[in-house]
Design a protein around this ligand. Structure first.
Ligand SMILES: Cc1ncc(COP(=O)(O)O)c(C=O)c1O
Length: 414
């Protein structure tokens, strides 16, 4: 039996040599390697400023601080996201206003966001920002988010944790634009399972000099480098604290890994795209599955390959499906239990599951399959044949219609 973990980082001799070089250099914390990683990452995704931090969560926190979020203000957050996107809003005592997703790509539904903004405003609450998340690495409705931001004067903080790299095109245009275009601040994750990794790490990117200065200062205890420069005659020991900042800097050890990961990002992306293509090819005929769609004018990063299983056609539930895959050596995950269905958000804001009906109804069907650059074609084929086998052995015997009968027979043959 093959053993296929849900993810595996792709690390080579280059990363190892750079880490060893860092260890030998004697400079372990933030220093020259972090600077180099920032430069190379910023160049790669065409950002003017890139600030390396120790997680995407830290980057999102710094971004909201830089745009001036205050207690009591509302921030639009998709419910279909990871904990980090909304928890950073709570750090300020501000209010995450959770919004439903679209069926096609599980990204934020802009029409629902507008409804939620209007009800907040009608209730006398302010709305300050919108956080767009690009589910699995496919960029959402950029034009819709921008139009909304203009209409309601919202800052756009992009949670681009899954998007190194991902691209979009305005409808009718030829040229591709990188993730981050048009956002006030974009935040990336280098957590171990991400498209490029430093183990733990993140990057806060912006074109705005003021946001960049603020994020840099706040990422290291609120210590002003300008003040430091101004007073160099005082000696290198001198610094000034201009705000109570955080300790979010990325170490040179982690950055040493990042430097080589970003150089490999295009190669990793090509490989992920090939593997996603192979999944699509091998699973496209399986009627019990809904495969991820690539929407027009989008280039997917393929951080996640999330399928939806039509459970009403089967005798097993998703948990059993996942257990069967696990027993046959295949690691999977679920992205995600929508935020409004978690106890904290239910209890704090009184959400009921069907308040955001699309996310609530799609979530039970989602299973995320393994995809990473070092995965082989044989491994993808094994995952697909195992899925087909589980489906074939767990068909509901009921419906009795000729169409469903032939579907089962066909599935059993595959
Ligand atoms: C959409 C999204 N945002 C933010 C994060 C947080 O990233 P980090 O672990 O680097 O803080 C994740 C992590 O999985 C994520 O999936």
């Amino acid at each position: 039996m093959l053993k296929i973990p849900f993810y595996k980082p792709s690390l080579g001799a280059e990363e190892i040599a750079e880490v060893v070089d860092t260890l030998r250099s004697g400079w372990l914390t933030t220093g020259p390697k972090a600077k180099q990683f920032e430069r190379e990452f910023g160049d790669y995704l065409k950002h003017k400023h890139a600030i390396a931090v120790n997680s995407c969560t830290a980057a999102l926190h710094l971004a909201l601080e830089a745009i001036g979020l205050k207690a009591g203000q509302g921030v639009i957050v998709p419910t279909m996201t990871f904990a980090a996107t909304a928890e950073v809003v709570r750090y300020f005592g501000a209010r995450p206003i959770l919004v439903d997703c679209r069926v096609a790509d599980l990204n934020l539904d802009v029409a629902d966001a507008e409804r939620k903004i209007q009800s907040a405003l009608a209730a006398g609450q302010s709305v300050t920002a919108i956080m767009s998340v690009h589910y699995g690495g496919q960029i959402g409705d950029v034009a819709g988010v921008r139009a909304l931001a203009q209409r309601y004067q919202l800052k756009i903080v992009e949670d681009a944790a899954h998007c190194c790299p991902a691209f979009f095109r305005e409808s009718g245009e030829d040229s591709w634009q990188s993730v981050g275009t048009g956002a006030d601040i974009s935040c990336y994750s280098f957590y171990a399972n991400k498209t490029i990794t430093t183990g733990e790490g993140g990057m806060a990117c912006t074109e705005n000099d003021d946001y960049a200065d603020r994020m840099r200062i706040m990422s290291l205890h609120g210590i002003s480098r300008d003040a430091w420069k101004r007073y160099t005659t005082e000696g290198s020991w001198y610094y000034e604290i201009i705000a109570p900042g955080y300790k979010y800097n990325l170490t040179d050890i982690a950055s040493a890994i990042g430097i080589h990961q970003v150089r490999k990002a295009d190669r990793f992306h090509r490989r992920r795209s090939e593997l996603a293509g192979l999944y699509q090819e091998l699973l496209q005929e399986v009627e019990e599955l809904i495969l991820p769609q690539v929407l027009p004018d989008r280039i997917h990063s393929w951080h996640l390959f999330a399928i939806r299983v039509q459970l009403e056609r089967l005798n097993l539930d998703r948990a059993q499906f996942i257990t069967e895959l696990q027993q046959r050596g295949i690691g999977t995950s679920v992205h995600w239990l929508p935020l409004h269905m978690h106890p904290y958000y239910r209890e704090t804001y009184g959400y009921a599951p069907h308040d955001l009906p699309v996310a609530c109804s799609l979530y039970p069907e989602i299973i995320t399959l393994p995809i990473y650059p070092d995965m082989t074609e044989d491994e993808v084929a094994y995952v697909c044949s195992t899925i087909k086998d589980i489906l074939a052995r767990n068909q509901t015997a009921v419906s009795g219609s000729p169409a469903s009968g032939s579907r089962s027979a066909e599935t059993a043959r595959r």
